[in-house]
Write a protein that binds this ligand. Structure first.
Ligand code: NAD
Length: 480
């Protein structure tokens, strides 16, 4: 059992205002593996007050030289690295992420992002002097936006947390983080690293809690910016609050991306990349290409290849390095995925593999990797985000039809094009309405902006654009 009885607020471990707790369960054994305090409104008040005080300190974090902040972020990166193995273990235990994936993302990504953004503010000027047209000049400066409310989901908890923390802290903002209740043990380990690294008091505060606590934080009068990753439904509610308050907000929401297999594709030779682009993390990633668009001329072959892939994946304990697909995060999530499998069958799609729980695993919230063929793009399993290992293979005639089907979606987050002709792939990619898309692979590179359009959200993370999300532009006109 991993137990915490305090919260990281104001630079130290403090007793929570209330007595409620959040139990944490293993997605694999279903057993209770930890407990942490559940933050309440008074804890959010204390955390926001600490973040406000740290931000407003005239000699504090927001006014420091960027190189000083980069030094602290480097110390934070080192403290996290000391704990990366335990971070990876906790994430896999909690949400079922295969351990090799946690070792790629959950351990290394946070220090990588702290160093990337630390170097960016240290080495790249954050302001410029622009010659004007009317005789004078303008100083165009980027200033930290203020107190940031960061709200994250459970699926890739540490990497997503640092998509927000690293640029926000580098910019000079202070942060109140609300992790998802399903994955709080990694967030409190991260807090231990922050204490060890000596982050100045109030620069980072962590308050675990559910939806109500999150909503209270979003609307808090002392918050200047909200950065949210999660479902589109919650994003709409948060966006509405921020609209009312005229509060800047970044929303990274759901997806139903298209993996477009062109008629010249050699899917078999890119099968590992195809797996990563469609089924990674047990299907629990927002940008996965869960609508597979296949040309009618090669439809049966593509269905066979995708079915063969899904049917051959090794399910099991995510802590076992050979496991390719672990359990889903919770019984609730498994119910949701199973309800979509039932809808697919009801709508007349043809199940080619999976569709149930694995017979040999009687513990853990597992769902077999599942493929449906003969799916119509109007079906619920083609339009709604399932967030599990379920692929819908949709036939198309011409390339133009493939693009039209890809674009007939409320979402626009990820996507991929599979072809032996990269120029053709790029031409198709440019016509897909989405925030990001890959050709013969899909890998989020930290240097390039990531984010969605339409119901997938607004704003960008990663790259210099991810830093700009935590900065105001200020213009100072210099007289001629
Ligand atoms: P969720 O929206 O239910 O919860 C996400 C987080 O928001 C949690 O911390 C939750 O407690 C909090 N929350 C929920 N409602 C809130 C509200 N009204 N106000 C404030 N906070 C609130 O999502 P989930 O089920 O935990 O995560 C899965 C979803 O996240 C999927 O839809 C997935 O696509 C999305 N996601 C998106 C991205 C991206 O970058 N676009 C990345 C990962 C996950």
């Amino acid at each position: 059992m991993i137990e915490y009885d305090q919260l990281y607020i104001g630079g130290e471990w403090t007793s929570p205002a209330g007595s409620s707790t959040i139990p944490v369960h293993s997605a694999t054994s279903e057993e209770r593996i930890g407990v942490v305090p559940e933050g309440c409104e008074a804890d959010i008040d204390a955390a926001v007050a600490a973040a406000r005080k740290a931000f407003d300190d005239p000699a504090g974090w927001s006014r420091w030289e960027p190189s000083q902040r980069a030094e602290v972020l480097e110390r934070f990166a080192v403290s996290l690295e000391k704990r990366s193995e335990e971070t990876e273990r906790r994430v896999s235990l909690q949400n079922g992420m295969p351990i090799w994936l946690a070792q790629q993302f959950e351990g290394p990504f946070p220090p990588l992002l702290l160093r990337y953004y630390g170097a960016l503010v240290r080495d790249v000027a954050q302001e410029e002097i622009r010659p004007g047209m009317l005789g004078g000049k303008s100083v165009v400066a980027r200033e930290p936006i203020g107190v940031v409310a960061a709200i994250v989901p459970w699926n890739v908890p540490q990497a997503i947390t640092f998509l927000k923390l690293a640029p926000a802290l580098a910019a000079g903002c202070t942060v109140v983080l609300k992790p998802a209740p399903e994955t709080v043990l990694d967030a409190l380990l991260m807090s231990e690293a922050a204490v060890e690294a000596g982050l100045p008091a109030g620069v980072l505060n962590v308050v675990p809690g559910g939806r109500e606590v999150g909503a209270y934080l979003v609307a808090h009068p002392q918050v200047d910016k909200v950065s949210f990753t999660g479902s589109t439904a919650a994003g709409r509610a948060i966006g509405a609050t921020c609209g009312q308050l005229l509060r800047p907000v970044t929303l990274e929401l759901g997806g139903k991306s298209a993996a477009i297999v062109l008629d010249d594709a050699d899917l078999q030779s890119s099968i590992e990349s195809f797996f990563a682009a469609t089924l990674l993390n047990n299907g629990q990633i927002c940008w996965l290409g869960t609508r597979v668009l296949a040309p009618r001329s090669r439809y049966d072959e593509v269905v066979d290849t995708v079915t063969g892939l899904a049917g051959s994946l090794r399910l099991g304990d995510p802590m076992d390095a050979s496991t390719q697909v672990g359990p889903l995060v919770s019984a609730r999530q498994r119910d949701r995925v199973e309800s979509y499998i039932a809808k697919g069958l009801n709508d007349g799609a043809r199940l080619t593999t999976g569709g149930g729980r694995p017979a040999d695993l009687d513990q853990g919230w597992f769902v077999e990797p599942t493929v449906f063929a003969e799916v119509d793009n109007q079906h619920a399993i083609a339009q709604e985000e399932i967030f599990g290992p379920v692929l819908a293979v949709i036939p198309y005639g011409s390339e133009d039809e493939a693009i039209a089907i890809a674009n007939a979606s409320d979402y626009g987050l990820g996507g991929s094009v599979w072809t032996t002709d990269p120029d053709r792939g790029e031409s198709v990619a440019r016509q897909v309405h989405t925030g990001t898309i890959g050709i013969n692979a899909y890998v989020n590179d930290p240097t390039a902006p990531f984010g969605g359009i339409k119901a997938s959200g607004t704003g960008r993370e990663l790259g210099p654009e991810g830093l700009h999300a935590y900065q105001h532009l200020k213009t100072i006109y210099l007289a001629p």
